[in-house]
Design a protein around this ligand. Structure first.
Ligand code: CTP
Length: 399
């Protein structure tokens, strides 16, 4: 982190307030300037002095104690904070903000800030599941407020269920992630990025199909990174179990043909097109409309070639930067370079699929990025998120 960031931690009155001490302590270890605001009820659970000692800043509690000081404090903290974190967040503070109520120091400051606000709720299960609380959360999410989902477990009241404050590390990591986002260079702002991810399927009959081992992780990481850097992103995805990345338009497809059609719809209007999908090269020749019944004989399926989507896009290319992936098990560079030529690509990202801890399904990847001029960039094993970031650095030549 380059310059010191300021996190304002709002502590409300719940038994989990003591865990906010650990959050503050961990944030301090990341060289963050932490300022704490406590509600009156929070001070019944933990003393302001504890937060003051850990944050090494004065703790703000009562807005009416010193009217003049309040005026300065709530505006200055609202402006100074890069991130606001409410931990633990009670149903009360969530309800207040969702309904525009600002009647104490914390709610007033949250209402006055333009920075990102993250709530880490903790409360009794029934309270958390109460429709009113859930509606308030949805409403706030709609306005861009973030929530760290509480976990399930034994609660202080003796009940077991959802409502337990998320792990301290989860909370701290979320804050660090948001701080990292603040620092991101929006170098893809104004660019339209089209990405394909995941496998495609080749249907055999109404109940059966063939597919491959792609999980979509690489393509989703690329989509997330592009959005983080300010691009307008469309992700054309085969079937995966992954969550939709933030700020990305996802279009789900199943077959090669569907993926081709959607990509062609958006291709002309795109600046950068990255094909990370593992597309089926063949489809079943005689798709059976009826379910195939078993017999005593062997079953033979005949395949016919399906579209090489990337090749079709390469033929249509005008100003787009076109990037392909090459899944190889041998002669990696040689095969990848051939694919650059055959498919008229600008770059290809080649990976060795025989390696166990990279490639399909793994969170990591080890790739060689090759340009159409023959430049070969060998990257060490790194997370798919990091690979995604390097791909854009290279495309934009910001190494
Ligand atoms: N690709 C595609 N359509 C296909 C096959 C592949 O668009 N029918 C794209 C992939 O999304 C990838 C690139 O082409 O970006 C290379 O895919 P890969 O499976 O490595 O290569 P193939 O061209 O299928 O060649 P081979 O299977 O013979 O290695």
């Amino acid at each position: 982190m380059n310059n010191k960031k300021c996190v304002c931690v709002g502590v409300t009155g719940g038994i989990a307030a003591y865990k906010a001490l650990e959050v503050v302590s961990k944030l301090k270890k990341h060289n963050i300037d932490v300022n704490v605001i406590m509600t009156n009820s929070a001070t019944k659970f933990v003393t302001p002095l504890s937060f003051q000692s850990l944050s090494q800043n004065m703790v703000v509690t009562d807005m009416f104690a010193e009217p003049k000081a309040f005026e300065i404090q709530h505006i200055s903290l609202a402006k100074k904070a890069d991130i606001f974190l409410i931990v633990p967040a009670t149903a009360n503070i969530i309800g207040k903000i969702a309904n525009g109520i600002a009647d104490d120091m914390l709610s007033t400051t949250i209402m006055a800030t333009k920075s990102k606000v993250i709530f880490a709720p903790a409360m009794n299960t029934n309270m958390f599941q109460n429709k009113i609380v859930q509606d308030n959360i949805k409403k706030l999410e709609g306005y861009g407020y973030k929530f760290i989902q509480p976990t399930s477990g034994r609660l202080a009241c003796g009940d077991t269920g959802e409502g337990k404050l998320a792990d301290v590390d989860t909370i701290v990591n979320k804050v660090l992630e948001e701080i990292n986002n603040l620092d991101t260079n929006k170098d893809l702002m104004g660019k339209k990025v089209l990405i394909s991810a995941g496998p495609t399927i080749a249907p055999i009959d109404p109940v059966r199909y063939l597919t491959n081992r792609s999980t979509g992780k690489m393509g989703y990481a690329i989509a997330e990174e592009a959005a983080r850097r300010g691009a307008e992103v469309i992700l054309v995805s085969g079937p995966t179990n992954l969550e939709k990345p933030n700020c990305v338009k996802v279009i789900n497809v199943l077959t090669n043909e569907e993926m081709k059609n959607v990509l062609l719809d958006y291709f002309n209007d795109s600046d950068i097109v990255i094909k990370a999908a593992a597309v089926a090269d063949y489809k079943i020749k005689n798709y059976s409309i009826e379910k195939i019944k078993k017999t005593e004989e062997d079953l033979t399926l005949t395949f016919e070639r399906d579209n090489d989507i990337l090749k079709i896009l390469g033929e249509k290319k005008t100003n787009q930067i076109l990037v392909g992936f090459a899944a190889e098990s041998n002669n990696i560079v040689e095969n990848a370079k051939r694919k650059i030529k055959d498919k008229n690509l600008d770059y290809i990202v080649a990976n060795d699929i025989t390696s166990a801890d990279t490639g399909f399904g793994s969170d990591n990847n080890k790739v060689i990025i090759i340009s159409k001029d023959g430049e070969e960039i060998y990257l060490d094993k790194m997370s798919k998120k990091e690979v995604a970031s390097r791909i854009f650095d290279i495309i934009l030549r910001k190494r």
